[in-house]
Design a protein around this ligand. Structure first.
Ligand code: BT5
Length: 270
C-alpha cells in the first residue's frame, strides 16, 4: 500500500456510519481531529454515554500511551479510536480487559492476512515490531465504573514517519495487502465487541477459554524477557505463563515471579 503522505484521503464517514448503524450495540462519534480519543470518550462516559459509544478520530494530535507516554500518528495514516464499555464482570476480572483487547485486535489483523501476535500485556506486534498500541483506562462515572478502551493502529505510516525503530505499520509489514483504513477499523471494532460480549456473558468458562487462547497466541510466553517494572527496577528470566489474574509468570534465577504491570523486552539470544 503506497500512499503518498500528502494524498491520504480522510475516513469515509458514509462507509463508517452505514456499517456501524447495522450494529445496534455501537454508536459512532466521528471527529475529524481530536487531541486524544481516550480523553473525549472519558468525558462522554462521565456525562452518561452508554456502553458502546465509539469515538473515532480521523487525526489524533495528542495521543496518549501508558505512564504519560505519547502515541504519535500522522494525519490519514493510522486508526485511532476509543470505545466506552461498562463491564458487569466482577472487579477481579477487569485486569483481563487490556489483554482481551490486545488479543482481539491481533485476531482481527490476522483475519485481514497479517501474522500478528501480542506482546504481554497488549502490544500488538507484526514480525516483532509494534503495529498497534492499546490504552485501557478505568474511570468512575455517576452510573458506575466505565472502561475506556483506546486503540491506535499504524496503517499506511512510512518508516520515516514512525516515531521509534521498534514500530511498524500494516503497509510496511505487508505491502501487498491493501485494506482501507475503514476496513481495518470496522474489522477491529467488530472483533473487540464480539470478544468482549462473549467474555462478559460466558462466566468462568469463557474466562478460562480466553486465558488459554491468549497464552497460545502471546509472543511473550516462552521467551527470555527483561521486565522493566513501574518502580524503576527490572527483572530478567523466562516468561512461562499468564496466571488467572492476567499477570505474566516469569521464571527467574530466584524462582517464579508474577508481574501485573511493566514493560516487557523480548531478549533475543545473540
Ligand atoms: C501504548 O502505550 O502503546 C498505548 C497507545 C494507545 C494509543 C491509543 S490511540 C487512541 C486512544 N487515544 C489515546 O490518546 N490513546 C489511545 P505505551 O505502551 O506506553 O507505548 C507508548 C510508546 O510507544 C511511546 O513511548 C513510543 O515509544 C511508542 N510509540 C509512540 N507512537 C507509536 C506508534 N504510532 N507506533 C508504535 N509505537 C509508538
Amino acid at each position: 500500500m503506497t500512499v503518498e503522505p500528502d494524498r491520504r484521503p480522510p475516513l469515509d464517514s458514509r462507509v463508517l456510519v452505514d456499517e456501524i448503524s447495522l450494529t445496534p450495540d455501537l454508536t459512532l462519534e466521528l471527529l475529524r481531529e481530536s487531541t486524544s480519543t481516550n480523553q473525549v470518550a472519558a468525558d462522554r462516559a462521565r456525562a452518561g454515554a452508554p456502553d458502546g459509544l465509539l469515538v473515532v478520530a480521523d487525526h489524533q494530535t495528542a495521543g496518549r500511551g501508558r505512564l504519560d507516554r505519547t502515541w504519535e500518528t500522522p494525519a490519514g495514516a493510522a486508526i485511532t479510536f476509543s470505545l466506552v464499555l461498562r463491564p458487569t464482570v466482577p472487579p477481579a476480572s477487569w485486569p483481563w480487559l487490556p489483554l482481551l483487547t490486545g488479543h482481539t485486535v491481533s485476531k482481527a489483523l490476522t483475519a485481514l492476512g497479517y501474522d500478528s501476535r501480542v506482546k504481554w500485556p497488549n502490544d500488538v506486534l507484526i514480525e516483532g515490531k509494534k503495529v498497534a498500541g492499546i490504552l485501557v483506562e478505568r474511570i468512575d462515572t455517576e452510573t458506575g465504573p466505565a472502561a475506556i478502551v483506546g486503540v491506535g493502529i499504524n496503517v499506511s505510516t512510512t518508516a520515516e514517519e514512525l516515531p521509534v525503530p521498534t514500530a511498524t505499520s500494516l503497509a510496511l509489514a505487508h505491502p501487498d495487502l491493501t485494506p482501507t483504513r475503514e476496513a481495518v477499523l470496522l474489522g477491529v471494532v467488530a472483533g473487540i465487541r464480539e470478544g468482549y460480549d462473549a467474555w462478559q456473558a460466558g462466566g468462568s468458562e469463557a474466562a478460562a477459554r480466553l486465558a488459554a487462547s491468549y497464552v497460545d497466541h502471546c509472543a511473550t510466553v516462552g521467551q527470555d524477557v527483561r521486565v522493566d517494572l513501574p518502580g524503576g527496577t527490572s527483572m530478567t528470566g523466562r516468561a512461562v505463563d499468564v496466571d488467572p489474574d492476567g499477570r505474566l509468570v516469569v521464571e527467574t534465577a530466584a524462582g517464579r515471579e508474577k508481574v501485573g504491570a511493566g514493560d516487557v523486552v523480548h531478549v533475543v539470544p545473540e
